[in-house]
Design a protein around this ligand. Structure first.
Ligand SMILES: Cc1cc2nc3c(=O)[nH]c(=O)nc-3n(C[C@H](O)[C@H](O)[C@H](O)COP(=O)(O)OP(=O)(O)OC[C@H]3O[C@@H](n4cnc5c(N)ncnc54)[C@H](O)[C@@H]3O)c2cc1C
Length: 299
């Protein structure tokens, strides 16, 4: 039985229904489960909603056929155990939204739209594997397995393993593209940059409609020269939002940045296109590379 606080004194109670149960799923049924399965004297408060569902794990064989795109549960369903279903639908929308908008505005070639299905099917495979795993461990029936699971989870929670590895995957921040493995925080092509779109004083932010290029001067640099460099970049690179990281509060990317100067090109959905080392090349060469990278799609 799972008790999940939602806030304002509201809880979600989840329970596996015995396979041979034929009665109704109602308040009495939940009260009985509470008494049978949860130690102590528990009383069910007001019930706003209750329902029964079967957990399915399915995915369409492609999320795109010509001009038709499948998004959300129409494309994929998974066990609700990891609370990932709706989140995955949002990820679909975020992946597809900027591509569709860009193609409609003639900014990108329509072949960019093919990457929607490839990228999201990869994400969904990873996410539904995690959901299925969480569903399986939550349904352990034997005491030693339950004891080992609860002990492992408490240990992982107290030592920060949950925060470091499980939470980013459940939040779908750590679901990289292609063959990249999870659990690695790195600024590299195909990973998501740990930044948001909302303006904040705590970290730089991303553009929702264009690629963002973060200009990082490195740990040691001459301020006036760097400012000149950045200013000339803003005149030559016009297809992206340029952000100068010099003197900025860097938020979660602080420890991920290289010691030397570099540019990080990020898509509107937060995925990194590339980290371009600009330390040993001329400004013209660097701006050419950056211009090429933002016009070349998909990554
Ligand atoms: C018990 C349970 C708990 C869950 N908990 C979570 C959670 O904590 N976090 C999370 O992220 N996800 C959770 N999910 C998953 C989440 O509910 C779904 O992934 C999400 O609702 C899917 O949204 P959707 O818009 O893609 O599809 P739906 O919500 O299914 O919306 C589709 C809509 O289209 C309508 N429709 C269908 N056919 C037609 C038609 N022909 N014409 C017009 N309208 C039509 C339907 O009536 C429906 O309103 C949970 C799911 C379950 C079952």
């Amino acid at each position: 039985m799972v008790l999940a606080p939602i806030g304002d004194g509201l809880f979600r109670i989840g329970a596996s229904v015995p396979a041979n149960y034929k009665g109704e799923i109602n308040r009495e049924f939940f009260n009985k489960l509470l008494n049978d399965r949860v130690p102590g004297n528990k009383i069910l408060g007001n019930m706003n909603f209750c329902g029964i569902f079967n957990a399915h794990v399915r995915s369409a064989s492609s999320y795109r056929v010509q001009n038709i795109f499948l998004v959300g549960d129409a494309a994929h369903v998974m066990s609700p155990s990891g609370a990932q279903g709706m989140n995955s639908g949002f990820q679909d929308a975020v992946n597809l939204g900027w591509k569709l908008a860009g193609v409609i505005r003639n900014e990108y070639d329509s072949s960019l739209l093919d990457s929607y299905s490839t990228e999201r099917m990869n994400g969904i495979n990873r996410t539904s594997k995690l959901s299925t795993f969480l569903a399986n461990v939550s349904l352990y029936k034997k005491f030693p397995a339950i004891f080992a699971r609860d002990f492992a989870f408490r240990f992982a929670s107290r030592t920060g393993i949950v925060d470091r590895f499980l939470s980013p995957r459940i939040a779908q921040i750590d679901i990289p593209h292609g063959q990249l493995s999870e659990g690695i925080m790195k600024l590299e092509s195909g990973r998501r940059i740990p930044l948001e779109w909302n303006k904040s004083t705590l970290s730089p932010h991303l553009s929702l409609i264009k690629h963002t290029i973060f200009f990082w001067p490195g740990d040691h640099y001459i301020y006036s020269e760097w400012e000149k460099y950045f200013e000339s970049a803003t005149k030559i690179i016009t297809g992206a939002v340029l952000v100068n990281l010099s003197g900025k509060v860097l938020g979660l990317i602080k420890d991920l940045l290289p010691t030397h100067s570099a540019c990080i090109i990020v898509r509107p959905d937060g995925f990194i296109i590339d980290l371009v080392d600009i330390d040993n090349i001329s400004s013209n060469e660097a701006f050419n590379i950056l211009n090429k990278k933002i016009s070349q799609q998909p990554i």
